[in-house]
Design a protein around this ligand. Structure first.
Ligand code: SF4
Length: 421
């Protein structure tokens, strides 16, 4: 008997950080976040994309604040979001001139809920410490959290050079890759220590240390997690497009989450030209949901299909239901509390169909090749109906809706809706 084999390790202890109306770290649920790719100076486009990301389920949204024209729009963007009922916390992403933008645009500094600081891009040589201190002072003045976000592509070169030199002089030198990973970690930890020395509490600091290779990310965060109790933001930087970006992000972050590491995640997908930016939110949610950390949307389990399926009916039905759930969720969340934990199964034939369907809240086993053209439907493990004829798909969709209404709707009795066909 295998017991507790696949349970995640207990969540690493971290100091919770309040970011607007969201808590990151401590015992709080792992937070999903995302980033816009609009020009923040274009308030219309940015408001529309932040709203879309928030409606898709992003609990924090980061926007680029790269120049005065962008900083000048931030308070207006926040105000317009408030007016359409979007209260997602906004994070400002600053590089090079963050200290100046935050000082010159106090309404921007006040409107943001968190400032992201990249220690490699704060400034160079003598200016670096001064400009870093200025940003921390402004965060303290406006009572904002910060994310100290190291990125290997913009790593502090002075620190890296020093560690490389020390390694070269060592009797037991390690690989250049190991030194690079150590530099990434130290850059984050030293900057966080400096922020604390300037008066910032641990409950205002989130750390991230992003790299673009799966094994490097796992190694860096496993080490970082052991060496501090700051809340950690996980993300594989430059994950890439399409399936490569999804697989790389899920593989790396899935392993870390299983080890109890990670308080907030972002999946950095490169959208196809004209693609939907909210895909990164969907992927992050699905990662957390399939691993059992959170529930966001009802799950539709579908078999992959094989030579026993003669038509595309079951793929179409699974896809139809999945899509229907996706577009309905913003309303269902309000209307049917708890619906996100629903499990639906759409199976292609009798081999695994009845078994899988019985395990779902509601499931259907469609007829495969040579099978009687009938489709048993199971609700809460019991066969309640057998659908036949051309209207199987529509009938089943209606049964799913009836089930949701009956189980999660106002005045839900928790009784199972039964229907015979
Ligand atoms: S349930 Fe049936 S149709 Fe689906 S993969 Fe298994 S054998 Fe194939």
């Amino acid at each position: 008997m295998i017991d507790d084999f696949a349970k995640p390790l207990p969540r690493r202890v971290s100091v919770p950080v309040r970011v607007g109306n969201v808590t990151v770290g401590g015992d709080a649920p792992i937070v999903v976040q995302s980033m816009t790719n609009t020009d923040t100076a274009d308030a219309d486009a940015t408001v529309a994309q932040v709203a879309a990301l928030a409606r898709a389920g992003s609990e924090l949204v980061r926007i680029t604040v790269d120049r005065p024209e962008a900083a000048a729009q931030v308070a207006r963007i926040k105000d317009r979001l408030d007016r359409i009922g979007i209260d997602v916390p906004l994070v400002g992403d600053f590089h090079y001139i963050g200290h100046k933008l935050l000082a010159d645009y106090p309404d921007c500094a006040a409107a943001l809920d968190k400032y992201r600081i990249n220690p490699g891009n704060v400034g160079f040589k003598a200016k670096r410490d001064t400009q870093f201190s200025q940003i921390i002072d402004l965060a303290l003045k406006h009572d904002k959290a910060v994310r100290i976000g190291v990125n290997w592509g913009s790593l502090d070169q002075e620190l890296l050079t020093r560690l490389m030199d020390e390694n070269a002089a060592s009797d037991t030198p390690v690989s250049a890759a190991a030194v690079m990973r150590e530099a990434i970690i130290q850059s984050g930890l030293l900057s966080a220590e400096r922020a604390e020395a300037l008066g910032m509490g641990r409950d205002r600091i989130i750390l991230s240390a992003k790299v673009s290779q799966v094994q490097d990310l796992i190694a860096v965060y496993a080490d970082l997690g052991r060496r501090c109790d700051y809340a950690l933001h996980l993300g594989l930087t430059e994950a890439g497009m399409g399936t490569k970006g999804i697989v790389s992000s899920a593989a790396s972050m899935g392993i870390l989450l299983q080890q109890g590491i990670g308080d907030t995640i972002r999946v950095s997908l490169t959208p196809e030209p004209g693609g939907d930016r909210t895909r990164e939110v969907q992927v992050a949610q699905e990662l957390l949901q399939v691993m059992g950390f959170r529930a966001f949307v009802p799950v539709v389990a579908a078999c992959p299909g094989c030579g026993r399926t003669t038509s595309t009916v079951f793929q179409e039905l699974a896809s139809d239901i999945q899509e229907h759930i996706r577009v309905s969720m913003p309303v269902w969340r309000e209307q049917y509390p708890g619906v996100e934990s629903l499990n639906v199964a759409v199976m292609g034939c009798i081999v695994n169909g009845p078994g899988e369907s019985k395990h779902a809240d509601i499931g259907i086993s469609l007829p495969g090749t040579g099978e009687t053209p009938s489709a048993p439907v199971f609700i809460d493990g019991e066969k309640v109906a057998t659908l036949r004829g051309e209207g199987i798909a529509e009938d089943f969709k209606q049964m799913v809706l009836d089930y949701i209404e009956n189980r999660y709707g106002r005045g839900a009795s928790q009784a199972t809706p039964a229907k015979s066909a």
